[in-house]
Design a protein around this ligand. Sequence first.
Ligand SMILES: CC(C)(COP(=O)(O)OP(=O)(O)OC[C@H]1O[C@@H](n2cnc3c(N)ncnc32)[C@H](O)[C@@H]1OP(=O)(O)O)[C@@H](O)C(=O)NCCC(=O)NCCS
Length: 394
Amino acid sequence: MEQIVDVKNIGLRGVKVADTRISDVNGEKGILIYRGYNAIDLARRSTFEEVSFLLLHDHLPARPELEQFHADLISERPVPGVILEFMKMMPASAHPMDILQASVAILANYDLQLHDESREANFKKATRLIAKLPVVVAAWDRIRKGLEPIPPQEDLSHAGNFLYMLTGAAPDPETARDFDVCLILHAEHSFNASTFAGREVASTHAHLYASAAAAVAALSGELHGGANSEVMKALLEVKEEEAVKAWVGEKLRKGGKVMGMGHAVYHTEDPRATVLRGMCERLANRCGEPHWCRLSKAIEQATKEEFRKLKGKEIYPNVDFFSAPVYHMMGISRDLFTPVFALSRIAGWAAHIIEEKFAEAQPKPELYRPDSDYVGTYCGPAACEYVPVEGRSS
Ligand SMILES: CC(C)(COP(=O)(O)OP(=O)(O)OC[C@H]1O[C@@H](n2cnc3c(N)ncnc32)[C@H](O)[C@@H]1OP(=O)(O)O)[C@@H](O)C(=O)NCCC(=O)NCCS
């Protein structure tokens, strides 16, 4: 007899649903581990390409492996023409996350290994998605603005090439490196909503593209990846430091949320936010544009103070808070912030989807099938009696 565990209506908070070898979040100490390595150390010393390899293959690549992975990522960048044709038919108002989700589904049909469910083929598909997502996001940004997409440039890094494809100008090395660090910091975060969505779909034996498209969809909401764009919206709304206290006070007193603050797992500062705050300050100095970073820090402080007063608790910024002013200063449009999150997180999603498919951290693959209690009506002891429409009173 199956044992029923009653953990309903709490959004699965604190409920362990699987084992994973991919990452660990210590919410009390504020430590994030990717495959045994501290993510902050990786952000300092590694590259997104190397971290993607680590997440997928469970070890840091030896030089020949890294060179091969780089070469594969570069050769897999171009997207089928049909992706660009489809984009040209879409209304310019279409949200980049919807375009991204649809593009992932379209890409599936141009992958000759789509139905090859070997581990090797899944790694290849993962590499293709990591390589192509930046091209898709940048192409849509150009097409919706009535501009021609810019083809990827082979001699640029994954991070540098994305920024290049947005504008046609290669970024300066510091900006490219900062963006690379952003990609590393967003690459993986254990069983968050989008990763769980991707794993759940993979548990049905759906292919990697279908699982990844589900993860993109889950990321789009403002309580998850959509928060970074909402942070920027708030910064644009608040405008001036003088307005911060009143804005935050009113928002919290009315039960609203200050986006980018708070976290379901971290009860201390999100270590990624610490790195991004520093990056924000350095970038502000470099661009000679201190406003957005100062405004963000003022909102952070005011939210902490007001939250303490109202709820008697601490609240801290999460990864989305300082990524907003950082991306803004890099010249990235506000509604691309969440797609940028996706083009980094695809590395973690793919690792999780493969782990789920091949039961790499559990004895055997299991279809996710949670339970629920029906709290609707029966109109009687068994079920409501069906009355044809003519016999129903309004
Ligand atoms: C991420 C988030 C959903 C985590 O939530 P959680 O840890 O499960 O905490 P809860 O939603 O249960 O919130 C606990 C309390 O803090 C409040 N709170 C949490 N985050 C808040 C925020 N950003 N602004 C205002 N209040 C917040 C909640 O309203 C709740 O108040 P209550 O106890 O009076 O009902 C939440 O912090 C949030 O909505 N943040 C803003 C969105 C965001 O930045 N998302 C990206 C996450 S990486």
